[in-house]
Structures are given as structure tokens and as C-alpha cells.
Design a protein around this ligand. Structure first.
Ligand code: CUA
Length: 338
């Protein structure tokens, strides 16, 4: 009974894992991830074969002794010839295992070298900064006014090499979008760079893969892989300063400027220039808020601003006492920041 329920749980987990490929190493959408996926399938095939062989030997041994006799059997007398044969088999199997391990090592090292050695001239350069508990993405540009800063949603053009430069603001995080590229740890005070390239359009989920505190599980992000034209449009719109608020949203902007919001967030085109929390200049263009935790709609935004501590306890954003009318105004203003 116990074994049956364990098998059922295992099967359920397997099926659950097949539901969506938005965050999966077995549905690679980039050349680095493709390499990892291929290596994974080879290892799975080889190790499964070994596992099946071991279980088969074990079962046959159990099956042979199923008589259940309580008597101690006579010690088996083996000839020297049999002993030699047995030790040859053991040595042969040990050497086989070592050879397989060595082949894995070579494949893994060559793969890593290939992934790291990839490069291109004039790449798109994105700084990825880990914060507790959100992601900051800064698109470099020689002209400072053209630099784009955003959060939790990385846009990249399909089939284009991207140079990712990582760092962390506080503790060790790990940047991992399994469909696109292997994990990279973001270590405070240690800047690193590496290449990624997404070859299939789509929206892929990524996740912090290094335990970084209370809200580690709510530190997700999305990679939007789109055509170069769409990417360019996105970049152009992100470069613009925030639009002037209409009559309706004007009050929201005023509330924002008079509340502590302004000390932590930047909205380009206004006086808000805080660097503690995510930049909000185009917050309404993003699909999620709170680092992939909530869909970016009016109700969620309202709940989040009213008390972020109920959604993500321990995060840096305090609850701010706002009247219902002020809260509605701020939310209306933030929703206008496309
Ligand atoms: Cu950041 Cu876990």
C-alpha cells in the first residue's frame, strides 16, 4: 500500500511537471540551455539504464532466494577459476563506470567552455542586479539618457547574443531562466559577465535559485523573447520619460510625491529619483508586480500598495497609511505609466 501511494505521488509529480514548459530545462529556447538539455538527456538515459540493470540483478537475487528457508545454507565452495572470473567482472564494471564518469566530465567541461566562450561584437548589454527580493535590469547605452532601467521583466530580441553582467545589492542570488541559460550566482562585490542567446520567441519564467532569505520563493522574473522589431519598439518606449498625468491621475502623482514612495522609487520625468525599489517609469507595461508574484492589475496593485507586507512579508517596502481615495489615485496614476 505504502509503495503504491509513493508511486502515485511520483507519477502525479511527473505529470504536474509536464503541464507547462514556461520554466523548464527540457524545452530549451536558447543555445546555452540547449546544450544543458542535451547533456541532461544523455545522463538520464545512461543512468536510467544502469539503474534498471541494478534493480534487475537485485530482483533476480531476491527471486532466487524466495523459498524462505530458515536453514543456514552450506558455504559455497568456489574454484579458483570462478573467483578469477568474478574479479574480472567486478574490475570490468568498475572501469566501465569510471569511463562513463570521465565521459560525463569531458562533456560537461566542453559544454561549459562552449557556453562561456561564445561572444559577439557590439552586443546588447544588460546589467542584472539581484535585490532582496526583486531583479533590476539595466540596458546599457553609450548615451546616458538612452539607458533603460526596468525590473523583473527582461526583454530580449530573438537570435541575438546578449551580454549579461551580474552583481548583487545584498546577498547571493542566482539568476536562472532554465529555458534560456544555465544558472549564474550573483555575488555581492563580484561582477561577472556571460552570454545568453534566446532562439525561440516566447515568454519564459525565471526564478532565483539560491536561498536568499524570507521571500526567496517570491523572487521570479520573466524573459520576453520577441522579434527584433518588437524589441526595438519596447526599448524606444522604455527610454521615454513618464507621460504627463491626465487630470484624473494628477492627484495620484501628487500623493506619490508627498508620500514616502518617492524616497525609494524613480519615475523619470518627475522629481522621484529613489534607487531602493524598482524603477516605476513604465510599471504599467509589465505583466507582473512584486517580482512575478502578482498579476499587474488594479486590484493586485491596490492590495500591494496598501500593505506589501501581507503579500511578501519581510520585504523592504513598508505599508503606507493612505486614505482610500489617495490609494485609488496612486493606483490610477501607476496604471497610467505604460
Ligand atoms: Cu534571491 Cu533567492
Amino acid at each position: 500500500m505504502k509503495r503504491t501511494s509513493l508511486l502515485l505521488i511520483f507519477a502525479a509529480l511527473m505529470i504536474a511537471g509536464c503541464g507547462t514548459h514556461q520554466q523548464s530545462i527540457t524545452d530549451s529556447a536558447g543555445r546555452q540551455a540547449d546544450l544543458v538539455e542535451r547533456l541532461w538527456w544523455i545522463m538520464l538515459a545512461v543512468l536510467s539504464t544502469i539503474f534498471v540493470a541494478v534493480v534487475a540483478f537485485l530482483s533476480s537475487a531476491v527471486y532466487r532466494n524466495r523459498g524462505g528457508s530458515q536453514e543456514i545454507p552450506e558455504p559455497e565452495v568456489r574454484s579458483d577459476e570462478q573467483d578469477r572470473k568474478a574479479s574480472h567482472i567486478i574490475i570490468g564494471l568498475t572501469v566501465t563506470v569510471i569511463l562513463f564518469e570521465f565521459a560525463f566530465l569531458v562533456a560537461s567541461a566542453t559544454g561549459t567552455k562552449y557556453v562561456r566562450g561564445y561572444e559577439s561584437k557590439n552586443p546588447i548589454e544588460v546589467r542584472v542586479i539581484g535585490h532582496r527580493w526583486w531583479w533590476e535590469f539595466i540596458y546599457s547605452d553609450a548615451i546616458p539618457s538612452q539607458i533603460v532601467t526596468t525590473a523583473n521583466e527582461l526583454h530580449v530580441p530573438v537570435g541575438t547574443p546578449i551580454l549579461i553582467k551580474t552583481s548583487s545589492q545584498d546577498v547571493i542570488h542566482s539568476f536562472w531562466a532554465p529555458n534560456i541559460a544555465p544558472k549564474r550566482d550573483l555575488i555581492p562585490g563580484y561582477a561577472q559577465s556571460y552570454w545568453i542567446q534566446a532562439d525561440k520567441e516566447g515568454i519564459y519564467r525565471g526564478q532565483c535559485a539560491e536561498f536568499c532569505g524570507l521571500q526567496h520563493a517570491h523572487m521570479a522574473f520573466y524573459v520576453v523573447v520577441e522579434s527584433p522589431q518588437k524589441y526595438q519598439q519596447w526599448l524606444e518606449s522604455q527610454r521615454k520619460a513618464a507621460i504627463d498625468p491626465g487630470e484624473q491621475q494628477k492627484r495620484g502623482l501628487d500623493v506619490f510625491m508627498q508620500s514616502p514612495c518617492v524616497t525609494c522609487h524613480t519615475i523619470r520625468g518627475t522629481q522621484a529619483g529613489g534607487r531602493v525599489g524598482p524603477e516605476l517609469t513604465h510599471v504599467a507595461s509589465r505583466s507582473f508586480i512584486a517580482s512575478g508574484t502578482l498579476k499587474n492589475d488594479r486590484d493586485n496593485l491596490r492590495n500591494w500598495v496598501r500593505n506589501p507586507q501581507t503579500v511578501k512579508p519581510g520585504n523592504q517596502m513598508p505599508a503606507i497609511a493612505l486614505s482610500d481615495a489617495d490609494l485609488d489615485a496612486v493606483v490610477a496614476y501607476l496604471q497610467s505609466l505604460k
